[in-house]
Each structure stands twice: as structure tokens, then as C-alpha cells.
Design a protein around this ligand. Structure first.
Ligand SMILES: NC(=O)c1ccc[n+]([C@@H]2O[C@H](COP(=O)([O-])OP(=O)(O)OC[C@H]3O[C@@H](n4cnc5c(N)ncnc54)[C@H](OP(=O)(O)O)[C@@H]3O)[C@@H](O)[C@H]2O)c1
Length: 281
């Protein structure tokens, strides 16, 4: 396993994504649980979930898996809907998530995306949950640079530990100013949907990726994941319900790129040359 410093602690370079997990029939659920166990048994120590995923079904599945593990060894992240972002609703959402997850605290609790509640109210609610010992830290998701700057100017806004945005070879916008800003402010970054989510609708696989994967004797998915992790500075959270894919994703952490290979990828998937509006899925 490869480790990075994330949220000020030693963290596996990939976490376990859980969108759409726990929503299927019994055999699919069993396969998803096996894949998650395989990941945890082989060094992954972080899980990303949300109250939104299957309206609680994903958190329920995660709870059924992690109850057999030492809680202290897992960094558990969940998120609340923007329309639950007032102090009162944060508390009730959090308590419902903790119940489904069969735990008494979260390591990180994130605002899933920005809604209509004033950010200061949300920060106040999150700080209250830290003081109550129900969460260790908090963060945000789908925030762009102006959102991050606004948050940083609020009372206790600087306590935001992480921001989670879309990041894969076809969606590189965050490289231009969000990632540098977060590094400067000591705020960790989670990149979601390394494969462009389900079905490839959001990420076009161009020939360079197939050619390079063939040359390096890896799959295109492994190449995509290794590319996201190439600088050892972000956490990526691929989702899989398959034990074989989980193995492939862990093996992808051993893939390195030469400067020439990175330059070749760059030709088909150029880095941003200016600020772009934040993409999300
Ligand atoms: N904060 C946010 O707003 C936000 C938004 C989107 C996602 N997320 C988080 O990020 C996680 C990952 O994103 P995602 O679920 O959108 O998509 P993703 O991880 O980019 O892609 C998931 C798809 O890739 C397949 N896959 C995984 N490993 C594979 C492998 N080695 N070979 C071939 N196929 C493979 C999965 O199928 P199998 O299951 O069959 O392997 C699934 O169809 C989510 O689960 C969620 O936790 C957060």
C-alpha cells in the first residue's frame, strides 16, 4: 500500500468510494461487502460515504462491514445534504448517519455541495458537532476557489480540513488554482470519480490511454487511477463492488510514469491554462 499525508494523518493513497453501493440485491450486496473487506484487509484505511447514497443504504452497508474492524484504524468520511446544513439539521442528519454506520463518531463530516444556507451557520453547526465529540473534523465538497476563499474568511472557517472535488484525467480544472490554494492553506484534497463514474459517460477514453495501458501491461482503469495519484498529493476514492477490481485498484498504486509518458498523456488531456468553472458529477 502507498500512503500519503491527508487530513494531517497517514492515509492510504486510495480510499473506498461508496456511491450506489448497498442499493442492489443480496448477491450484489455480498460482493460489495467482500470487495470493501478486501480493501480494508489490504491497507486501505479510508471510506467515503454520504447520507445521499441510496438514501442511507450505502452507510448501512459500510456500518455492517466496519463493525468487524477496529474503528480507530479507519478514517470514516460522510456528507450531509445542503438542505440539511443548518445547525439543527446537521445534528439530526449526523446522528442518523452515525446510527446507520454503527459508530459514535465520524473522522470527517462534509457539506456535500453548497446550497442556500449561509456558510457561517453551517460552520457554526459543524463546530458544535466537533465540540460534542460526534465528529473529529469537518470539510466541504464541490467547492470552487471563490467558495473556499469565502469560507476561509468566516469565523472558524479556517478549521475546514478538506475539500472534495471531481478529478480525473479528463477533468483537470482543479489543478489550476484550487489545488495550489488548498496546498497553501494546508487543506487536503479528495479527488472523486477517478474513472469518470459509471459507464464512462463523463470521461472519454482516447487512444493514448489504450496504447499506454497495453505497453505497460495494465488496464485502462489502472492507468487512470495511477495518473490521478502520480504526484502523491491527493486522496482518490474509486468505487468498486468487485473484489477483482479492488485488487486491480490496489495494484495500480505500483504504477509509475516516465516524463515522456506523462507528456504523451498531456497532449490528449492538456492541463488547464486558466481558471475553469468547476465541474461536478
Ligand atoms: N462529493 C461528491 O459530490 C461526489 C460525487 C461523485 C462521487 N463521489 C465519491 O467518489 C466515489 C467514486 O466516484 P464514482 O463512484 O462516481 O465513480 P468512479 O470511481 O470513477 O467509477 C466507478 C465505476 O468504475 C468501475 N470500476 C472500478 N474499479 C474498476 C476497475 N479496476 N476496472 C474496471 N472498472 C472498475 C466500477 O464498476 P464495478 O463496481 O463493477 O467495479 C464503477 O462502474 C463515489 O463512490 C463517491 O464515494 C463524490
Amino acid at each position: 500500500m502507498k500512503y500519503i499525508t491527508f487530513n494531517q494523518q497517514k492515509t492510504s493513497a486510495i480510499g473506498i468510494g461508496t456511491w450506489h453501493i448497498g442499493e442492489g440485491n443480496q448477491s450484489r450486496t455480498e460482493s460489495e461487502m467482500q470487495a470493501m473487506r478486501y480493501g480494508l484487509d489490504n491497507g486501505i484505511n479510508t471510506i467515503d460515504t454520504a447520507e445521499m447514497y441510496g438514501e442511507g443504504l450505502s452507510e448501512t452497508l459500510v456500518g455492517n462491514v466496519i463493525k468487524d474492524y477496529s474503528r480507530d484504524n479507519i478514517q470514516l468520511i460522510s456528507k450531509f445534504y445542503p438542505y440539511h446544513a443548518t445547525p439543527e439539521l446537521i445534528e439530526s442528519s449526523l446522528k442518523a448517519s452515525l446510527k446507520r454506520l454503527q459508530t459514535d463518531y465520524l473522522d470527517l463530516y462534509l457539506l456535500h455541495w453548497r446550497g442556500d444556507t449561509p456558510l457561517q451557520e453551517t460552520v457554526n453547526g459543524l463546530e458544535k458537532m466537533v465540540q460534542a465529540g460526534l465528529i473529529k473534523n469537518w470539510g466541504v465538497s464541490n467547492f470552487d476557489l471563490s467558495d473556499l476563499e469565502e469560507l476561509d474568511g468566516l469565523e472558524n472557517g479556517e478549521n475546514c480540513r478538506i475539500n472534495e472535488d471531481l478529478y480525473n484525467v479528463g477533468s483537470r480544472g482543479i489543478e489550476y488554482s484550487i489545488l495550489p490554494w488548498q496546498k497553501k492553506h494546508n487543506m487536503s484534497f479528495i479527488g472523486y470519480s477517478p474513472f469518470g463514474s459509471d459507464g464512462g459517460e463523463y470521461l472519454k477514453i482516447k487512444p493514448v490511454l489504450n496504447e499506454l495501458a497495453q505497453q505497460k501491461h495494465v488496464t485502462v482503469h489502472q492507468l487512470l487511477l495511477a495518473w490521478v495519484l502520480r504526484n502523491n498529493d491527493i486522496l482518490s476514492i474509486p468505487k468498486t463492488g468487485s473484489i477483482e477490481h479492488m485488487k486491480d485498484n490496489i495494484d495500480a498504486l505500483n504504477i509509475n510514469f516516465t516524463t515522456d509518458e506523462l507528456a504523451l498523456i498531456e497532449l490528449s488531456y492538456p492541463a488547464p491554462k486558466k481558471d475553469e468553472s468547476l465541474e461536478s458529477i
